[in-house]
Design a protein around this ligand. Structure first.
Ligand SMILES: [Zn+2]
Ligand SMILES: [Zn+2]
Ligand SMILES: [Zn+2]
Ligand SMILES: [Zn+2]
Ligand SMILES: [Zn+2]
Length: 230
């Protein structure tokens, strides 16, 4: 370990996405009587009137057969009134939703099928909207000029597969917390993401090379498109 060298702090948005577990699915797992609706606790905790969330957000479990089981009491111990039960049982709880988006402002992965709050309040420009899963790996479909792109660039791999017009499919390069992105060895400080000056230099070079390859590929595609159009 070198004593003088310090890794530059990684952009926080990037740090959180690199360690998110996108393979987990979400579902409506709470009924919240104040909003008269069911929500996913992972996606929407904090998006509603949070003062009463711990007391009144009713957890709804789903059994092995996919049937929801409803508690008789609120988390604060009070019985749930019949008119609330009537509304609560009408919602759909079992359907799983993929975590297919990431908000770079809130630094949270979420499901666009369950949560519209980031689009509404954080703004579309800050949201990585198209996280896709293919054969157990996660990819981001994007153009490369999105506002969030610079924040996440160093954790996106080379374009793979087919392009849909102008969109590239870039593999998400995830890592475990405390592990160097370059050599997979331990980092000397939990806030660092590269373990040494040498790893930082190689990693910076790799990011720059990936940028070149991406740009070359986009330029080639544009030329190909020109030929098709002309
Ligand atoms: Zn969720
Ligand atoms: Zn939400
Ligand atoms: Zn609400
Ligand atoms: Zn957000
Ligand atoms: Zn290293």
């Amino acid at each position: 370990m070198e004593s003088i060298w310090k890794d530059q702090p990684q952009r926080t948005a990037n740090m959180r996405l690199a360690v998110e577990d996108l393979s987990q699915t979400c579902r409506r797992d709470r009924y919240y009587p104040l909003c008269i609706a069911a929500f996913c606790n992972h996606c929407c905790r904090g998006h509603h009137d949070t003062r009463w969330w711990d007391d009144l957000a009713i957890p709804v479990h789903v059994d092995a057969a996919g049937q929801p089981t409803f508690p008789k009491h609120f988390p604060n111990g009070n019985p749930i009134e019949d008119w609330i039960v009537k509304r609560m049982v009408e919602e759909h709880y079992a359907t799983p939703f993929k975590r297919d988006a990431y908000c770079t402002r809130c630094m949270r992965a979420f499901s666009t099928g369950l949560c519209f709050h980031h689009q509404q309040y954080c703004g579309r420009d800050f949201i990585v909207r198209r996280i896709e899963e293919h054969d157990g790996r996660h990819y981001v479909r994007c153009r490369g000029d999105e506002k969030w792109f610079a924040d996440l660039e160093n954790m996106l791999g080379d374009p793979v597969g087919e392009d849909y017009g102008e969109l590239m499919l870039l593999p998400l390069l995830t890592r475990k917390p405390g592990i160097c992105v370059q050599c997979a060895g331990p980092v000397p400080n939990p806030f660092w993401w590269r373990c040494s000056r040498a790893c930082a230099a190689s990693h910076d070079q790799e990011v720059a090379r990936r940028r070149e390859r991406r740009e070359a590929r986009r330029a080639a595609l544009q030329i190909a498109n020109l030929h098709v159009d002309g």
